[in-house]
Design a protein around this ligand. Structure first.
Ligand code: SF4
Length: 305
């Protein structure tokens, strides 16, 4: 099969930064134990397993506040998706050692919302329900939260200045569509589209990719929102058969022998080693082969391809 690899690939700067911060802290012999990670540092099972192997206790409860309230000593790691001030304050009051790996692109959205609220704007925030980034923002700010599926339900009556902004990993096309939909209800609505560069560049590369391809493969974790957005764009914008693979072993679920020309892209938390292993397999693809990954946790944690 002919394989065209879209650029960029590999772990984004926010995920790389989070991994680097945690790895650096883990080399500190005096780090206060036990070490808890409040939610997945990144939405990638392989990277997470690497941290669990290093002794980190992963707390994966939906109710992060409740989980934090049960911790009385040690270190808590907050994820690249951001954390609410409420959780930071609870950790401080409990005198826990805090490692905050919030991505700077997420911090920028918090600052943006804060400054518009200070100027008395009503803020409509587009995000994914129960996603940690949206949860932190909804917790910290009096925003009107909407999702892609709920925009026209129960729209609040808003007057004065109104702004629409969004979670960092949304589809930039969808954000614009939703903005134009909302303009019908709020004629003075302004848009501050905040899709992060790592997410946007991947989406643009896919939208502008080879029209002759007959298959799109998105590599990434099913939990990753920017990965899910790439899959949605492949289907609805490129209008091609689009499949999501987490590892090379997912190839065993499909018979791809009818496809000749494939485009491969990946989510911002997908290690490049995973993509490369899939590319190698596709080049000599045979539906009768049983694909087995030869990667180990060190490969997943390599920050460069
Ligand atoms: S996807 Fe974007 S917002 Fe999320 S960690 Fe990467 S750079 Fe930051």
């Amino acid at each position: 099969m002919k394989v065209t690899k879209l650029i960029p690939q590999g772990i984004c700067k926010g995920v790389a930064r989070a991994i680097t911060i945690v790895n650096k802290e883990l080399t500190n012999k005096n780090i206060i134990k036990p070490i808890y990670m409040i939610g997945n540092l990144v939405h990638n099972k392989n990277i997470m397993q690497g941290f669990i192997d290093k002794g980190i206790i992963l707390i994966n409860e939906n109710d992060k506040k409740n989980a934090l309230l049960k911790i009385n000593k040690g270190t808590v790691i907050f994820t690249a998706h951001g954390v609410s001030k409420e959780l930071i304050n609870i950790a401080r009051e409990k005198k826990l050692n805090i490692i905050d790996t919030t991505c700077t692109d997420v911090t920028k959205i918090h600052s943006l919302i804060s400054s518009y609220i200070k100027e008395n704007y009503s803020v409509i925030f587009l995000g994914v329900k129960n996603h940690p980034e949206s949860n932190a923002i909804v917790n910290d700010f009096p925003v009107y939260f909407i999702t892609e599926d709920s925009i026209l339900e129960d729209l609040p009556k808003l007057t004065g200045n109104i702004i629409l902004t969004n979670q960092s990993t949304m589809s930039y096309i969808k954000v614009k569509e939703i903005y134009y939909d909302l303009l019908k209800y709020y004629p003075n609505l302004i848009l501050s589209e905040e899709v992060c560069p790592a997410t946007r560049l991947r989406q643009e590369a896919l939208i502008n990719s080879n029209e002759n391809a007959d298959l799109i493969i998105v590599v990434g974790d099913k939990m990753s929102n920017n990965t899910k957005m790439l899959k949605a764009i492949g289907k609805t914008h490129n209008k091609k058969k689009t499949i999501l693979l987490e590892t090379v072993e997912d190839l065993n679920k499909y018979d791809l022998s009818e496809f000749q020309n494939c485009i491969i892209t990946s989510g911002a938390s997908t290690p490049f080693a995973v993509v490369q292993e899939i590319i190698n397999a596709l080049k000599t693809y045979d539906k009768n082969t049983k694909y087995i990954s030869k990667l180990n946790t060190k490969d997943y944690l390599k920050l460069k391809g």
